[in-house]
Write a protein that binds this ligand. Sequence first.
Ligand code: CO
Length: 498
Amino acid sequence: LTTPAYDALAAAHLQQHRFEHVLNMLHWDQAVNMPAAGSEARAAALTELEAHLHRLRTDPPRSSQLSAALTEPLDDEQAANLREMRRIRQLATALPEALVARRSLASSRCEHAWRTQRPANDWAGFLPNFEEVLEIAREEAQRLADIGGVSPYDAMLDLYEPGMRTADVRQVFEPLRAWLPGLIREVVERQSQEPTIAPRGPFPVSAQRRLCERVMALLGFDFSAGRLDVSTHPFTGGSPEDVRLTTRFDEDDFLSSLMGTVHEAGHGRYEQNLPRHWLGQPVAAARSMAIHESQSLAFEMQLGGHPGFAARLAPLLAEAFGPQEAFEPGNLHRLMTRVRPSLIRVEADEVTYPAHVILRFEIERALIEGEAKAADVPELWNLGMRDLLGLDTRGNYRDGPMQDVHWPSGLFGYFPCYSLGAMYAAQWFAALRHAQPDLDEKLAKGDFSTVFQWMDDKIWSQGSRWTTRELALRASGEVLNPAHFEAHLRQRYLPALR
Ligand code: CO
């Protein structure tokens, strides 16, 4: 039995993977190390490499190979690999090169100007650039929609979360929108009666960095195949063989860099534990953005917000910064689970976070479907923030619709993945607790190995072998079920008696 067409495709994808490796390292270097004057040459080099990758992905012989491979005797994993190859090809060929070039130019211009317009609260200056980015995104969405036979916003969602549709997101977000504001009020009210002791800084950067690396090691991050560095916006980059995490340090607040690192370590372990024997093939890649976030949030929120994590952390903090009353495990846990409505998404706790995501989902859906204009965004924003979190954002564009980099850079359809990821993370822990009733006792003792073993078996080692639905079914016995997220929040933040 021979599979010549499939073999040719596999060889081509391995080659692509190697170019992507180089591209990822250049992006990491740009964010972490690059001197300012290197920026123009780097942008040119990246564009050249991206164009080369695009030519590889759209290489004409691929099309007949993809059809021929469908009739070859493939095993299940090869068939899954072929399904992913077809998707990559379809997305690469969907947009005309002229549109891709216009998109890249408009989003670079808008994002570049946004970097100074945001601190200046300059919505009027931002709007014309943003209108152009939105117009191009709508055209992109329409073309993808025509090919996929779905609505424009569905097509954008599908870029990040294959198979997920607007109706699916609504089905989980609409009930959430109904019960979340009340839950937030109850939690804030209850927490107002629980005093906490604030840690006293400064916390030297060198001590914070050592602490972050110790915690990454505790979380099983493999330092022989990855690193931690500093960048303005934390991210996980590199490639599965060499994973690059970043954080940022604030001498007055060690918890934000530490928990950011815990979040990225979840992304990092997923990448480091993708199936090795398929490495370089699409079937070995992470399943989707919601599943990726389910890993970072499993680490940061499910594990990081557990009393057992605070207890394990307490002695490490005393070693890193000297003993303080604030590092007492109970106090530390209260600090790490503090709920407070705020204007900024990236600083939000796990209870208020979904409100930020629902707001963005509703607005970006209306923008892409042509039901709202760019100029309508501040008003929609203010109304949503008022309903969801009771906050007023009138005139405050900087901490309102201008706060995120996503829209200025043309990313629409990504935001829902954060909250879908939080829901999947809660579902994974519910399944894990069901399978291992002594999970909480183990976590209380600082033993996290059960969590890593489960994630490895059910998620990491599976790569893209299954669709997201199948992956969820196999891992937890059900497709996405938001009831686990609500139960998690109520159990953690509103337990019946203390
Ligand atoms: Co993340």
